[in-house]
Design a protein around this ligand. Structure first.
Ligand code: MN
Length: 241
């Protein structure tokens, strides 16, 4: 069967080695037979910079991605909010191509819009403010100039604070804003398919904009069980590992 694959929100880290093993096995089996693989952000729990390629569990993941791309399966990566510091060093080591967020691609003759999804959570004003601060080039350069150890310590502190805040934020605030979704769909001329992750609420939604129907597929996370989306000529199907 001819299919493309989509995953996001694996949140790979040293403390969840079973997820890294599940992902490597997914790369060696399901992904090795795919036309292409799209990783739509938050592959890693965090990414402190491309000099962390050789640390911890990262090495095995990078080797597996490299093996897959070397075997001829194109792999595309889009930044998530956790791993937006992934750069050209990672791309070179893995053979993965970095896509801008959002991106419109054509698959099986259909325009397909891809995004991580965090930019659509516009009700979370504090997060959007933080996002615009850390995504600017001078912040990134200044941050990446610090020693790796200090960067990791800073990120660990941020994570602890964000976990605390999440418990008090309402579920509604942390979902996508539907007006923001419609605006993005309009901006890309209402593509029939839109695939994103980030919210960890796997589902299929239908958006009707002036008679143009877009299916919006939300990818699941890999906390408890791996999940992925296949796209073939017959459309999208969500799958569990
Ligand atoms: Mn995310």
């Amino acid at each position: 069967m001819d299919y493309c694959l989509f995953v996001s929100d694996l949140h790979l880290c040293d403390s969840r080695p079973q997820i890294a093993r599940a992902f490597i096995s997914f790369l060696e089996t399901t992904a090795s037979k795919a036309r292409s693989l799209y990783i739509l952000g938050d592959l890693f729990e965090y990414w402190a910079g491309d000099d962390s390629i050789a640390t911890g569990a990262n090495q095995a993941i990078i080797q597996s991605l490299n093996k897959l791309t070397f075997s001829g399966v194109p792999v595309f990566f889009m930044h998530g909010n956790r791993d937006f510091l992934i750069g050209e060093g990672f791309a070179r080591a893995t053979g993965v191509k970095i896509l801008p967020n959002p991106s419109l691609v054509t698959l099986y003759g259909k325009p397909v819009l891809l995004s991580h999804g965090d930019a659509l959570c516009t009700d979370d004003i504090a997060y959007q403010k933080f996002r615009s601060e850390v995504r600017n080039a001078s912040w990134k350069t200044q941050f990446l100039n610090q020693p790796l150890k200090e960067r990791i310590a800073y990120i660990e502190e941020l994570r602890a604070r964000s976990e605390q805040e999440k418990s008090t934020k309402s579920m509604l605030i942390m979902d996508v804003n539907l007006q923001a979704v419609d605006n993005l769909l309009r901006e890309f001329k209402c593509p029939p398919l839109f695939i994103h992750g980030h919210t960890h609420r796997p589902n299929k939604h239908i958006h009707n904009i002036n008679g143009n129907v877009s299916e919006r597929w939300v990818l699941g996370d890999w906390y408890e069980q791996g999940s992925y989306l296949t796209l073939s000529a017959s459309g999208c199907h969500s799958q569990l590992l």
